[in-house]
Design a protein around this ligand. Structure first.
Ligand SMILES: Nc1ncnc2c1ncn2[C@@H]1O[C@H](COP(=O)(O)OP(=O)(O)OP(=O)(O)O)[C@@H](O)[C@H]1O
Ligand SMILES: [Mg+2]
Length: 322
């Protein structure tokens, strides 16, 4: 598409050379690749907790959009909303008012997870165990419970063992703290996904988080593995974002996904429509990046990245598709 001929404009100007045109062409090419992508799911249920005690780094946004992206390539996914704010439930369009049975009832009153799971209007393969405001009291109520660190794991093991249709992924959205709710998530998971926001304080608090993970591995859950780091809210126009990304990659060369999630208005708008960005605007830069990240997560699965405690011990390891 050429700029209209105009005596006043420089003869060499072409819209094709503008940064916006290049970005659009890039997005179109990446979308085409995603349309043809084929992935092979592992045959196991991978339980991934999305955690970072820093607030507002993109935990919930990552949980719901990776979940929807995994569903888009054929996976069946459960999102467990473990944050009293209930943002993941909202983004998945799942009711979570105070009267609705929720993950609180699972943790405190021994409800089976099957009794609280809802289906997101986005897809029959996208399930959600919602959180309600009651969960705000659970940190304190859990303190006096028997096996207080293992309550989610026990409930999840029971749920997964009795499912008619196997899940490919369980994603757990954690609150911004290292309290008992997050510890329950660490105890229940095979893998840890840490979203890191590309800003100045990005690495602050990370050593505390990793220290907690080491304690969990030692005392509660030896199978837990830091499998994935995802750089979020990346603004490539700033040197700071580039520097932070480089620094994180230097520290964690194995764990950081090649895909980075750009800062994108469509990503932040989607939850107000009770949707993931995949449903809200699947052609946007944020949606395409999350879909690419999900494909990486499927392909990077390693047989040792989580024991087969959920009854699929002899399933073949994922070998990544084309
Ligand atoms: N890629 C993005 N582009 C633009 N805005 C984003 C992006 N990712 C997240 N946001 C916005 O940043 C804010 C924080 O994101 P989010 O709620 O996912 O973080 P969080 O880590 O779950 O927060 P909390 O610690 O409170 O649970 C939200 O308003 C969200 O819409
Ligand atoms: Mg959140």
């Amino acid at each position: 598409m050429k700029h209209p001929e105009n005596a006043e404009s420089p003869a060499s100007f072409s819209f094709d050379d503008s940064p916006i045109a290049r970005e659009l062409a890039d997005l179109t090419a990446r979308r085409r690749v995603l349309e043809d992508v084929s992935v092979r799911l592992s045959g196991r249920t991978r339980v991934i907790t999305v955690s970072n005690q820093k607030g507002g780094v993109g935990k919930t946004t990552t949980t719901v959009n990776i979940a929807a992206s995994l569903v888009a390539v054929g996976a069946r996914v459960l999102v467990i909303d473990l944050d009293p704010q209930g943002n993941a439930s909202t983004a998945l369009g799942v009711p979570h008012t105070a009267d609705i049975p929720s993950i609180y009832d699972v943790l405190i009153d021994d409800f089976p997870i099957a009794d609280i799971v809802q289906t997101s209007p986005e897809s029959p393969d996208l399930l959600c165990a919602p959180s309600t405001i009651h969960l705000a009291g659970a940190e304190i109520e859990l303190v006096s419970q028997v096996a207080r660190e293992h309550r989610l794991r026990t409930a999840l093991d029971d749920y997964l063992a009795n499912l008619q249709e196997r899940l490919d992924f369980v994603l757990i959205d954690c609150p911004p703290s290292l309290g008992l709710l997050t510890i329950n998530a660490f105890a229940a998971a095979h893998e840890l996904l840490i979203p890191i926001q590309c800003e100045y304080y990005a690495l602050e608090g990370l050593s505390q988080l990793l220290g907690t993970v080491r304690m969990i591995q030692k005392h509660l859950n030896p199978r837990l593995k830091l499998s994935t780091i995802l750089l979020t809210m990346y603004d490539g126009r700033t040197r700071l974002a580039q520097q932070v990304a480089e620094e994180v990659r230097t520290h964690f060369p194995e764990e950081v996904l090649a895909t980075v999630i750009p800062r994108s208005v469509r990503v932040s708008e989607a939850p107000s429509f009770g949707q993931t960005v995949i449903a809200y605007d699947g052609h946007s830069a944020g949606a395409i990046a999350y879909r690419e990240a999900a494909v990486e997560i499927i392909r990077r699965d390693r047989p040792d990245a989580g024991a087969n405690d959920h009854g699929h011990a002899d399933a073949p390891a994922n070998e990544g598709g084309s």
